[in-house]
Design a protein around this ligand. Structure first.
Ligand code: ADP
Length: 315
C-alpha cells in the first residue's frame, strides 16, 4: 500500500487574457476544484493501481467535506487531522498563454502535526511506500519520513514547491528524491551552492547531471524534465536493479493539452509502481510513471484528470 502525507487545497481558478497587474480589476472565467500536491499525488497513486491512504489536515468546512467526498469517490482512505483553520486554498490566475500566478492559503495544511503522524505510526509503518511533498510543515514531513525509514518503508520525497524550505537532513531521509528542473536548481543553490538555471538542466550531459545529483543525495534522485522526460541517478552502491548508475528516459509522445499536475501524476504513479510491482529494475517503475504522467497531460485539470491505469498499461 501507498501512504501519501501532504496537502489538500480547494483551487479557485480564473482564466484571463492577461494576468492582472497590481491595482487592476479584470474579468476572467472561473472554475473551482480539488488540488494540493498531496491530494493530486494520492489520486494518481490510487488510479495507477495502488491501495492508497491520504494523510492530511482539513478544516471543519465545505473544503474539508469536499476532500472527504472526493477521496471516498476515488476509493482512497482518508486520515485527516481536524484543524481549527480553514481548509487549504489556492487562488490561481491563468493567462491565454498558460502562464499563471498563484496564491496559496495553507490554512489547515500548516497544522498537520507530528503527534498526528505519530498517532498513525502503525499505518505509516505498515505501508510499502511513503510519498510526501513540502506543502506541509517540514518537521512533520521529516517525522513521517523517519517513521517510515525505521520500519523499512520506501520513502519518496517530491521536494515541491521550489520555494519550500528544506534541509539536507530532510533530503537524506528520501530513498528516492524527485525534483522537477526548477526544484532541482533550487535545491542545488540552497544546499550545495551550485548555481544552475532551471532552463539549462535538461541540456546538461549525463555525467554532469549525475554528479550534481550525487551532491544532493546519497540515494536515488529522479529529476523530471517536463516534455523531455526524466533523468535517473543512483548511488553507485545502490542501483535498485538497474545496470547503470545514471540514465535518461525520454518522454512519451502525446498531445499535451494541460501539463498542470504532470509532476504529481509522475510521483503518484512512481509510488504506486514501487508498492505493487516487486523484483523489477527501478527503470521499469520509472517508465510506468513516465507513461502515466504523459497520459495525464492529455486532459485539462490536475487531480480529476488523472488517468486510470490497468495492468495492461504497464510497460
Ligand atoms: P512538474 O509538473 O512538476 O513541472 P514536469 O513538468 O517535469 O513536472 O513533468 C513531470 C513528468 O510528466 C515528466 O517527467 C514527463 O514524464 C511527463 N510530462 C510532462 N510534460 C509532458 C509532455 N509535454 N509530454 C509528455 N510527457 C510529459
Amino acid at each position: 500500500a501507498v501512504v501519501v502525507a501532504g496537502s489538500f487545497n480547494v483551487d479557485h481558478v480564473w482564466r484571463c487574457d492577461t494576468l492582472p497587474a497590481g491595482g487592476a480589476t479584470i474579468a476572467g472565467r472561473y472554475s473551482t476544484g480539488p488540488g494540493g500536491k498531496g491530494f493530486n499525488q494520492a489520486v494518481a497513486a490510487g488510479r495507477a493501481g495502488a491501495s492508497t491512504t491520504f494523510v492530511c489536515a482539513l478544516g471543519d468546512d465545505a473544503g474539508g467535506a469536499l476532500a472527504r467526498q472526493l477521496a471516498g469517490a476515488d476509493g482512497l482512505s482518508l486520515v485527516a487531522e481536524a484543524s481549527a483553520e480553514p481548509t487549504g486554498t489556492a487562488g490561481i490566475y491563468v493567462d491565454a498563454r498558460g502562464r499563471n500566478s498563484i496564491v496559496i492559503g495553507a490554512g489547515a495544511n500548516a497544522s498537520l502535526s507530528i503527534p498526528f503522524v505519530t498517532a498513525n505510526q502503525s499505518l505509516v509503518g505498515s505501508a510499502k511506500v511513503l510519498l510526501a511533498q513540502l506543502e506541509s510543515p517540514i518537521e512533520t514531513i521529516e517525522a513521517a519520513l523517519e517513521l517510515a525509514r525505521q520500519n523499512g518503508v520506501t520513502t519518496v520525497l517530491n521536494a515541491a514547491p521550489a520555494n519550500a524550505p528544506s534541509t539536507i537532513s530532510l533530503l537524506k531521509l528520501a530513498d528516492v528524491l524527485t525534483p522537477n528542473e526548477t526544484e532541482f536548481a533550487a535545491l542545488l543553490s540552497r544546499h550545495v551552492g551550485e548555481r544552475i538555471e532551471a532552463d539549462d538542466v535538461a541540456a546538461l550531459d549525463g555525467a554532469t547531471l549525475h554528479e550534481l545529483c550525487r551532491k544532493l543525495s546519497g540515494n536515488t534522485v529522479v529529476v523530471t524534465l517536463g516534455a523531455v522526460g526524466v533523468f535517473v541517478s543512483h548511488a553507485p552502491e545502490r542501483l535498485r536493479g538497474d545496470s547503470s548508475a545514471y540514465y535518461r528516459v525520454a518522454a512519451e509522445t502525446v498531445q499535451a493539452v494541460d501539463t498542470t499536475g504532470a509532476g504529481d501524476a509522475f510521483n503518484g504513479a512512481l509510488a504506486a509502481s514501487l508498492a505493487t510491482v516487486a523484483d523489477v529494475p527501478f527503470a521499469q517503475h520509472v517508465r510506468f510513471a513516465n507513461r502515466y504522467a504523459a497520459r495525464s497531460t492529455e486532459n485539462e485539470g490536475a487531480a480529476l484528470a488523472m488517468p486510470r491505469f490497468t495492468p495492461a498499461d504497464a510497460v
